[in-house]
Design a protein around this ligand. Sequence first.
Ligand code: PFF
Length: 446
Amino acid sequence: MSTPRGEFTSRFGFLMASSGSAVGLGNIWGFPTNTASNGGAAFLFAYLILVFALAYPVLMAELIIGRHAQANAVTALQSISSGKKSRLLALVVGFTGIITVSFILSFYAVVSGWMIAHFFDPLARLFGMDGLAQWLTRDAVVRNSLFVALFMVITIYIISAGVKDGIEKWASRLMPSLIIILLLLVFYVLTLPGASEGLRAYLVPDFSRITDPALLVNAMGQAFFSLSLGVGTMLVYGSYISKQENLPVVGGLVALLDIGIAVLAGMLILPAMYVALGNGVEIFDADGGLIAGPGLIISVLPALFSTMGAIGIPVAIAFFLLMTIASLTSSISMLEVPVAYGVEHLGVERRKVAMIVGTVITFISLLIVFNFDPLFDLVVTATTEYSQPLLGLFFCIFVAWIWRRNDILEEIKQGNSQVESGIFWKIWPVYIKFVCPLAILIVYFQ
Ligand code: PFF
């Protein structure tokens, strides 16, 4: 049956697409390094609490609004607002989300471009093309520009194909592959000498850090970024879920998959770093902390792979394939936010909007590549540390203070007729009304 709007055809399709959005560089790179530099398992502990206490309720708000409105972020927020002022606020919040997610994609594409270049490096070495391999690993503007463009072309291609034939089809292929590659890598790395020390650095908690405001701010930022919240991504994916789905359950599954993969990634990255240490690779920075920034993925780990002998090549290929897949399933969800708006609100054909918006974002990415030092950190901080949590706060306000409670209940009841007597409906409405906004504000102003 063809529907005027796209729709995920199954629960599996939705789960793969939305966990694909959630699982990205933030899980495989951000989470393990944040954990290592913030007191090990103490960070993990704070993160788990924040995901369930703050991020899951906001995720539910987005999914419920999206499925109710069956529309893009701007139209959806407006449809649940009845007054003039709240409709205006809906417009502002919806648009800020679209702009924020476009900027997130612009820096994400730069990093994803590095991942593709590093994926081709061991392949080039495999075929004896050492000159090409060197070019692929040298951080240069030309290389970065080409791979940003390549990454964006793939993202635009998938989004052009639509919800079912683009997003769902590719997420359903890529996510299971990602999980299999990750598991194989974890099992392999854990057999190497030094891995257990890395595991210890990851899992032994330093609870003296748990009240550190920096730890809480990092954990909240990580939770919001990781669940792709605040920018309308989950709202738009929610708008493609069938009315028969039980929203609190599928939302919970997405959060669990996201956390599970982040925790698993920690069992790969930190042990790998300590294996690298044993092989003579420097893993600490000048301050004595673990190297966490771009250096970790594009110098420490490649240095480790090159000390592994012949097995290093397939391991490097698998690792950077993993990173590329993780980036791609997230980037498509980002591009879908402005594209859904263009298709529904402006009535432009999907392929055209995807091309136009994708090209504009590619140009912003190139601007970042050409002015890396002043722009990269600025864009990352403005979008993920400032904009995302604030937008998350506004989603809480829309659901709890602007939307009518009965309408919310009616929406959740579809696919979950008993919800009124269950624990979700007893806790979530109060929670999203008072606890979430307050907690976000407190952590934000820390
Ligand atoms: N959740 C992704 C990650 O952890 O890498 C990043 C992300 C995806 C952020 C989609 C925002 C977004 F809309």
